[in-house]
Design a protein around this ligand. Structure first.
Ligand code: F6R
Length: 615
């Protein structure tokens, strides 16, 4: 989704901005642009459709001087991806340049008003309306630019993170946010701004996470000032240490971030589990549960809200919480939940699951849940993101930055944390017996080694992927804990290889989808040795007898599937509740190698954004 970078300091802004845009490429975008004010007071804009490399080519022919600038990667919402719609947008007066992440919902009304005042527009974007409106207020009411920005934002409905510069003032950067993230990096005599902390790493080690409804004025050689947009009163500035390293943002010898992140999972799960199981392996300790014992003891229902892959983790979380805590559990797409007028009260716990912590729908869902009096718990990866800052309590998954657009290590981290959470709540409520807790804890502690073992299927999966590179459709089937694993396997394949794939509960096949089966429709069956193994065998036989090719993911040593499936990939045996984590590994690899075989850009698949900060 759109990315913002800005710089004010004593170095040439251009190279810092370009480097920042490259670090934000993982978010997904379709055009890019930069605005700089040079020493002569001229405002220079460069924009290009496509990759940041295209922008560099375009800008090379022009003036890229200046110690201040703003830059943007655009993920189109209003208007197709092209040079004109790319940001920065400039006011009609030519004085103000602005970049924006988010959507202005009432842009049509504001545009109409501006047209009546003689303003004309070059682009189809809502962002141009914003910059023109600032210009209009600035010109018509004789106020400062900072006041004009604030006044404009008071008129705006929707979500935004913005950065504004003024041609006549090369010493000031104005930024503001509502429902879209913005981070300020505080360096030595220089300031950076960005949609997330990645462009700031290596330049500044202190950051300020701008809060919703805040506007910051960054001026050369002056302290940063932050006010509330609503009340125009100063707000407390919380400067934090940035805990990200450059190594975490690099590929570490792998061809792609996605492959690095798949292979990192033994380590990331070790980080995720660290300190969360007692040394003797008998109990789970989660501070979020310990500090809110009464809430978890008195809860009458738990609702999990999330989107995409995180929603698949939520489906597994439902099974875990039901099994270990015996509480009614519901799972909702955050985008549906927010408009469903949910019935919630003080005995409800809403658990939001999000890798980025910035997904607009999930953020809106938890805001509604809190308004209705529910206790909101966050399971998030990005430390300091909006979701953890807007929840009552929570647990970080601690798997490090996930750069590949297709989520891999975050998914296994989310399922691991949900397992810990279900065990912790079950311990507290007395619904999880101590032997079960001990046995799952033991396997959890072995998970990093188990995943190392699982990853040894890589060459076999790579070979297998060649057989299926040109399939047009795929079915992924699973049952119980592994129905969500099937959904996740299908999502991985479709998002990076663009092959149509559907996840289905295996036993539902006979109620319709089995009609699709023929020799051109391969099925991937997730069939570890669990309580539904015998049932799934007969589901597979139904597929096989209709001519479909079958790839089965089975527990090591279980040979019953050998005679039925065309290909079997073995995974180590683990307790049933942990099978989704282990079974996901060959599914991630299969999707990866099929996509690579088709020549796709797996780290930045078309149309997708890493952090979906618009509705
Ligand atoms: C798929 C994927 C997405 C995200 C979804 C939610 O691989 O990554 O489906 O899971 O956009 O994002 P978060 O977890 O950041 O809220």
């Amino acid at each position: 989704m759109c990315g913002i970078v800005g710089y004010l300091g004593s170095q040439g802004a251009y190279s810092i901005l370009i480097q920042g845009l490259k670090r934000l490429e993982y978010r997904g975008y379709d055009s890019a642009g930069v605005a700089l004010i040079d020493g002569t007071g001229s405002l220079n804009i460069h924009k290009a459709k496509g990759k940041v490399a295209n922008l560099e080519q375009t800008a090379a022919a022009g003036n890229t001087d200046g110690l201040i600038g703003i830059a943007h990667t655009r993920w189109a919402t209003h208007g197709e991806p092209n040079d004109i719609n790319a940001h920065p947008h400039v006011s009609q007066s030519g004085n103000i340049a602005l970049v924006h992440n988010g959507t202005i919902e009432n842009y049509a009304v504001l545009k109409q008003l501006l047209c009546e005042q003689g303003y004309t527009f070059k682009s189809e974007t809502d962002t141009e309306v914003l910059v023109q409106f600032i210009d209009y207020i600035h010109a018509s009411s004789d106020c400062t630019l900072v006041d004009a920005v604030r006044e404009t934002l008071l008129q705006v409905e929707g979500a935004y993170a913005i950065a504004v510069i003024e041609k006549n003032n090369p010493d000031r950067l104005i930024v503001a946010r509502k429902s879209s993230p913005l981070v300020i990096g505080v360096g030595d005599g220089e300031t950076f701004i960005a949609s997330d902390a990645t462009p700031i790493v290596g330049y500044a080690d202190k950051v300020i996470y701008l809060k919703d409804n805040e506007l910051a004025v960054i001026e050369r050689d002056k302290a940063i000032s932050i006010v509330s947009i609503d009340s125009n009163t100063p707000t407390k500035i919380d400067v934090q240490k940035l805990k990200l390293s450059l190594a975490q943002l690099e590929k570490g010898g792998y061809d792609t971030f996605m492959l690095k992140e798949i292979f990192e999972q033994p380590k990331t799960l070790r980080d995720c589990l660290r300190g969360r199981i007692t040394d003797n392996g008998s109990r789970v300790v989660l501070s979020g549960v310990e500090l809110n014992k009464e809430t978890f003891l008195n809860a009458e229902r738990i609702t999990l809200v999330a989107c995409g892959t995180s929603w698949h983790a939520a489906l597994i979380g439902k099974r875990l919480i039901q099994d270990f805590c015996r509480i009614p559990v519901e799972v909702e797409y955050a985008s549906e939940f927010r408009y469903s007028n949910p019935v919630l009260g003080p005995k409800d716990i809403v658990i939001s699951i999000s890798q980025s912590g910035e997904t607009a729908d999930t953020l809106a869902a938890i805001q509604i849940a809190r308004e209705k009096g529910a206790f909101v718990y966050g399971v998030c990866n990005v430390v300091g993101a909006s979701i953890p800052r807007n929840t009552d309590s929570g647990t970080y998954i601690h798997v490090g930055p996930e750069i590949g657009v297709a989520s891999t290590k975050a998914f296994t981290g989310q399922v691991t944390v949900l397992t810990l959470l279900a065990l912790a709540i079950g311990q507290l409520r007395g619904t999880a017996d101590s032997d079960t807790v001990k046995s799952v804890c033991k396997s959890l502690m072995q998970l990093p080694e188990i995943l190392e073992e699982t990853l040894k299927c890589d060459p076999e999966v790579q070979k297998l992927s060649r057989i299926f590179t040109y399939a047009h459709n795929f079915l992924y089937l699973g049952r119980g804990y592994n129905y969500p694993t099937a959904l996740e396997g299908a999502l991985k394949l479709k998002e990076i290889s663009y092959i149509h794939a559907e996840g289905y509960p295996a036993a539902e096949m006979k109620h319709g989808p089995i009609a699709l089966i023929d020799h051109e429709m391969p099925s991937v069956i997730i069939a570890p040795s669990d309580s539904l193994y015998d049932k799934i065998i007969s589901n597979v036989q139904q597929v096989k007898s209709r001519g479909g090719a079958v790839v089965a993911i089975v527990s090591r040593g279980n040979t019953a599937m050998n005679d039925i499936a065309d290909f079997c990939i073995e995974i180590p045996e683990v307790p049933e509740c942990l099978t989704p984590i282990v079974a996901s590994i060959p599914l991630q690899l299969l999707a990866y190698y099929i996509a690579v075989g088709k020549g796709k850009n797996v780290d930045q698949p078309r149309n997708l954004a890493k952090s979906v900060t618009v509705e």
